[in-house]
Design a protein around this ligand. Structure first.
Ligand SMILES: [Zn+2]
Length: 208
């Protein structure tokens, strides 16, 4: 078995190690995995994040998202399962890509991470505009209002909805998605994001 990131062979764990770590298959080697940093202090209000955006993560995103290497969805499978465990009775709602963007990217990155981790999800939101948040100034981002529209479903309004995104920078996308659901009457909304572009607490930012 080979590491998905560096392509070196992965040492198989002995049975007791596998039992102890409660996992039997690793998709990336320990050396590669050690380069990712787990979030210690949550940098965003009301958002739970898993990893910091560091050099290793930048390379990962580049290969996964823009290099279209779908196999890389497996790298964080176990982490994502653990991370989402506290929400086991909730309904997971990925932040969607616009259909045109989906064509370019060929697969929906957030959906694929969930699918690989065996986490069921529903598409409750639809992306209405192709506008990318990343090309905008902070003021322009804050002024953006309608980015999403609700999909038709028969979910009850008191369902615990967990919005899921891959990366958070300013938090505008998440805010707008949350507002769209709130406007529709949903009252119990949590947010989880796999990668945090912020490193520490509010006011101590390394990225926008
Ligand atoms: Zn490796």
């Amino acid at each position: 078995m080979y590491c998905l990131l560096c392509h070196q062979p992965i040492q198989q764990l002995s049975t007791w190690q596998a039992l102890f770590q409660k996992c039997t298959t690793f998709q990336a080697c320990a050396k590669c995995m050690a380069k990712f940093e787990r979030v210690e202090e949550q940098p965003y209000e009301n958002v739970k994040t898993l990893f910091y955006y560091n050099d290793a993560m930048r390379d990962y995103i580049h290969r996964y998202k823009f290099g279209l290497d779908i196999a890389l969805a497996h790298v964080f499978k176990e982490h994502i399962q653990q991370f989402l465990k506290p929400y086991k009775n909730a309904t997971f709602v990925p932040i969607p890509l616009h259909p045109e963007k989906l064509k370019q990217r060929t697969f929906a990155q957030v959906d694929e991470l969930l699918r690989v981790a065996n986490v069921p999800f529903v598409h409750l939101l639809e992306k209405m505009t192709l506008d990318s948040q990343s090309g905008k100034t902070l003021i322009e981002r804050k002024q953006t209002t309608a980015l999403f529209r609700r999909n038709r479903t028969n979910l009850k309004k008191d369902t615990h909805v967990v919005l899921v995104d891959d990366i958070i920078t300013t938090g505008t996308t998440i805010r707008l998605a949350r507002e769209t659901l709130e406007a529709d009457g949903f009252t119990n909304i949590s947010v989880v994001v796999f990668i945090s572009a912020r490193f520490r607490k509010r006011g101590d930012l390394q990225h926008g």
